[in-house]
Write a protein that binds this ligand. Structure first.
Ligand SMILES: C=C1C[C@]23C[C@@]1(O)CC[C@H]2[C@@]12CC[C@H](O)[C@@](C)(C(=O)O1)[C@H]2[C@@H]3C(=O)O
Ligand code: AKG
Ligand code: FE2
Length: 341
């Protein structure tokens, strides 16, 4: 059983919420819990092709990226250029950070006060996330005051963010070029200070195996690069209207398309719903790098005249999400911005 002083708000609040609602609802149905859940291997893209001198190899790799982005919204990449040493160093720092006492994580400005425990706005089990996270704006990571006693985190965090920035932009360039759009105009919108990094920890969950580690959602960015736990699975995504479990691949990073690329590409690339299920015995860690533009950036569409979404800024999009989460307990996302509504 989880110690209350180890995970204070969740254990108490979630157990209460769950016991109150068990009598009234069918929890299994709410959680989309499927006993015969399929495990899938995501399309695997070897990025060697992207860095190749050979034009045909580059074109073939680009085509795999674009195909996966429109058919799955998800793919995994190997030979991505991020050293195993950097991935390992970052994971080590992440584990150390989460081991800090709860009070230390919530207070005193650690990583720009970006610590979150689950979701406080949850009013029913399907809104619960059994997860703690630092959702860090990268504009703050060179700030000394962010780190306190976690001195060694600063250097690794900066190295990791800048490596991910380069990788994310290389993939974004492929997706942009494939739509016949100009690279320069778009590139200026995302830079080292407009993106976010989310350090996730999913503690073992003794309450129920049917709870979410992270509730079903789409990401609100252009694209995400995820370093998921090498061995502990839990990530699931929607494929052909069914939840499928993603098999962890220790050699690969996972890439997924976010809402902004879906809007920009007029639904050619898919921002696919995904979620994380809890594990009753073991903890799980992951790190997500979100490629985001500045809040003033208009997202628009590569084909302005035929856009199915109205023009909106990233700031507008984020604040609509926050309003919806407050009002309904969940994000509505792109449907809010359809021209026809
Ligand atoms: C309760 C919520 C917070 C969240 C939007 C949501 O409705 C569901 C998932 C959350 C998430 C997870 C991924 C990203 O970190 C995030 C920014 C997003 O787009 O969806 C967060 C949202 C948030 O923290 O505001
Ligand atoms: O932990 C994972 O595997 C997924 C995390 C995620 O979806 C997110 O942080 O947006
Ligand atoms: Fe996500």
């Amino acid at each position: 059983m989880i110690e209350c002083n180890q995970n204070p708000p969740l254990f108490h609040d979630y157990t209460k919420l769950l016991s109150q609602s068990r009598d009234q609802i069918d929890v299994k149905r709410l959680m989309n819990h499927e006993p015969g859940l399929e495990e899938c291997e995501l399309p695997l893209v070897d990025l060697c092709g992207l860095w190749s001198e050979n034009e045909e190899e580059r074109a073939s790799c680009a085509s795999e990226i674009c195909k996966a982005s429109s058919e799955w919204g998800f793919f995994q990449i190997v030979n991505h250029g991020i050293s195993l040493e950097l991935l390992w160093k970052m994971r080590k720092e992440q584990v150390k950070l989460f081991k800090a006492p709860f009070e230390r994580k919530t207070a005193s400005g650690l990583l720009d006060n970006s610590y979150r425990w689950g979701n406080q706005t949850a009013t029913c089990p399907k809104q619960l996330s059994w997860c703690e996270a630092f959702h860090v704006p990268l504009s703050k990571i060179s700030d000394d005051t962010c780190y306190g006693e976690f001195n060694s985190l600063r250097k690794v965090m900066q190295e990791y963010a800048s490596a991910m920035q380069e990788l994310a932009k290389s993939i974004a360039r492929v997706l942009v070029a494939n739509m016949g759009a100009q690279r320069g105009v778009w590139e200026d919108r995302c830079n080292a200070s407009t993106c976010f990094m989310r350090l996730n920890r999913y503690p073992p969950c003794p309450v129920s195996p049917e709870l979410f580690g992270l509730v079903p959602h789409t990401d609100s960015d252009f694209l995400t690069i995820l370093h998921q736990d090498e061995h502990v699975g839990g990530l699931q995504l929607m494929k052909d209207s069914k939840w499928v479990a993603v098999k962890p691949n220790p050699d690969a990073l996972v890439v997924n398309i976010g809402d902004l690329f879906q809007a920009w590409s007029n639904d050619v690339y898919k921002s696919v719903e995904h979620k994380v299920m809890v594990n009753q015995e073991v903890e799980r860690h992951s790190i997500a790098y979100f490629l985001c533009p500045s809040y003033e950036s208009f997202i628009g569409c590569y084909d302005e005249e035929n856009s199915i979404y109205r023009r909106f800024t990233f700031g507008e999009y984020r604040s609509q999400i926050q309003q919806d989460v407050k009002a309904f307990g969940h994000k509505v996302g792109l449907p809010r911005f359809l021209v026809s509504t």
